[in-house]
Design a protein around this ligand. Structure first.
Ligand code: F6P
Length: 530
């Protein structure tokens, strides 16, 4: 089927997208669910291409694999684990892993999280100096990006203390965060699924030392979020201050449970419940909707078309929403750590390219930075625009209208471009003549025909954010299944971790560097010289 699709691309790839647009296309090449509207009419996919793409869903058994994931089957084969972030957003029902229903424990932990966040908000749980004013979440990757992204996204719903996120092992990060805080009114959350991650443990020890300088019992102002009771106890955080979760929650899928604690403290349990409800609404849509109208499936097929069939190596995430400024970073981990693999689930080389490079920035800022390349560079970058019908700042409605205008203008310009005749007449009206006119005109040509999709959502509420994140999670799953990838392991990050552990004593001067390659030895000596 990939070959057939590639042949299809060879015959249709160069045709103009704008010549395809008519009312029927606008209706057919869009999907709507629970307030979200996804438009993919500005791509080169036509009905024939779409039906071939939909065949991929059948041929690769996406539907039964989806059902296997939701039902708790151990689909993460290399780690022999179930994949059940979807169970973290459930409030009823049963899901069995190894013969045990996991939902009662999920609900129990959620209640503990809600009670704890209520107590932090009211001051019942407090620091040595009284009610907590600040929360520092120390974690990295999935233990940081999700809560940090969502905290920023849901700022209008914040009612608890201020949250700060420390991830980098660069001492500058923790230094700059802690130096503005009062240890006596600061709660520290150490978030690490494995509780072995060097960055997080190093930052947690530094935070403990900082706290111990002014607080008599610093340990009482620490909580841990982890799936390892033993490791958190070894670190000195008692079980009563641990919010645990199981190994069937992948790090980059963990925002919905204990890893979301800072978010619950910030926005409160009602809003967090709405966030979970939004994700559940997307789960139900993904589980129950026919494939041609199924939003995550369609997004995945558009992604496969662009990355594996057309061969466009990157994908830009362009939310026209300042509060989604950490979404591209969050999706980089979600998509690239999940599907950035050249070996398939059965241990064989992939027959296609792996998932694409994901990057992006909010609009309109990106327009004044990298859109030049998107419009006129030699790389084709499929752009994924996102825009809300409504902003939160009612008094600044004109800002939102300008934001919307910019978003629509970009996708329109990418598709339609500007031809040489128009460019010549512009150069002419600017007074250029002869060869200079031609030179000036050529540089004002936009070839257009560059694909994009647009997601329109009502307003960035907790419910809506939950829908959007779950939509991307399921899209990653579908793309992974079609490519034959296990989207839930991450062996590619191990080697660097191992080598860093070996290199640390070399840089400290306690081990020799002589067994390293000459380039590394040279860099060690440059970094170590006085
Ligand atoms: O970078 C690899 C990784 O294992 C991610 O998958 C994970 O989100 C991150 O490190 C942090 O891991 P942990 O939560 O176990 O500290």
């Amino acid at each position: 089927m990939f070959l057939e699709l590639k042949n299809n691309f060879l015959s249709v790839g160069k045709r103009r997208i704008d010549t395809l647009i008519d009312q029927a296309r606008v209706n057919i090449f869009s999907v709507e669910t629970d307030g979200l509207f996804f438009d993919y009419s500005k791509t080169n996919i036509d009905l024939e291409t779409r039906s071939k793409l939909l065949e991929l869903v059948i041929n690769t058994d996406v539907i039964s694999k989806r059902d296997a994931m939701f039902s708790g089957k151990k689909i993460n084969l290399s780690e022999d684990r179930a994949v059940l972030h979807t169970a973290l957003r459930k409030s009823t029902g049963q899901v069995f892993v190894d013969g045990e229903d996991v939902i009662p424990a999920v609900l129990k932990t959620r209640t503990r999280m809600f009670d704890f966040s209520d107590d932090v908000q009211t001051g019942k749980v407090s620091g040595q100096g009284g009610k907590y004013t600040d929360v520092v979440n120390i974690g990295i990757g999935g233990s940081d990006l999700g809560p940090a992204m969502a905290y920023l996204a849901l700022k209008p719903y914040k009612k608890g203390p201020k949250c700060h996120y420390v991830s980098n092992i660069d001492g500058a990060h923790i230094h700059d965060v802690l130096s503005d805080l009062n240890p006596e009114t600061t709660l520290v959350i150490v978030a690490s699924k494995t509780f072995t991650t060097i960055e997080t443990l190093t930052n947690a020890k530094t935070a403990f030392k900082w706290m111990a300088e002014s607080v008599l019992e610093p340990g009482t102002q620490f909580v841990a979020l982890s799936s390892s009771k033993e490791k958190t106890a070894e670190f000195g955080i008692p079980n009563s201050q641990l919010f645990g979760f199981e190994d069937w929650v992948g790090g980059r899928y963990s925002l919905w449970g204990p890893i979301g604690l800072s978010l619950v403290i910030a926005i409160g349990k009602e809003h967090f419940s709405n966030f979970l409800n939004g994700a559940q609404s997307m789960d139900l849509h993904f589980q129950n909707t026919e494939k041609s109208q199924n939003l995550p499936i369609i997004m995945a097929l558009v992604g496969i078309w662009h990355a594996q069939i057309c061969g466009y190596t990157t994908r830009a995430i362009l939310p026209y929403e300042q509060r989604l400024s950490r979404l591209p970073a969050y999706l980089q981990q979600l998509e690239m750590e999940s599907n950035g693999k050249g070996v398939g689930i059965e241990g064989k080389d992939l027959l296609t390219k792996s998932g694409p490079i994901v990057w992006g920035e909010p609009g309109t800022n990106g327009q004044h930075a990298f859109y030049q390349l998107i419009h006129q560079g030699t790389h084709i970058v499929p752009c994924e625009f996102m825009i809300a019908k409504q902003g939160h700042e009612a008094e600044l409605k004109h800002h939102h209208q300008l934001l919307q205008a910019n978003c629509l203008a970009q996708s329109q310009a990418l598709m339609s471009g500007r031809n040489i005749e128009k460019a010549r007449s512009m150069a002419d009206s600017l007074g250029f003549l002869g060869t200079e006119l031609e030179q000036q005109a050529r540089q004002r040509v936009f070839e257009g025909n560059r694909p994009s999709t647009t997601l329109v959502y009502p307003k960035l509420t907790p419910f809506c954010l939950g829908q959007i994140i779950a939509m991307y999670e399921h899209r990653v799953f579908v793309e992974g299944v079609i490519l034959g990838i296990n989207s839930f392991d991450q062996w590619g990050v191990e080697l660097g971790k191992e080598l860093a552990t070996e290199l640390a004593p070399v840089l400290e001067g306690s081990n020799s560097a002589t067994h390293y390659d000459l380039s590394t030895q040279n860099l060690v000596s440059k970094l170590s010289s006085k």
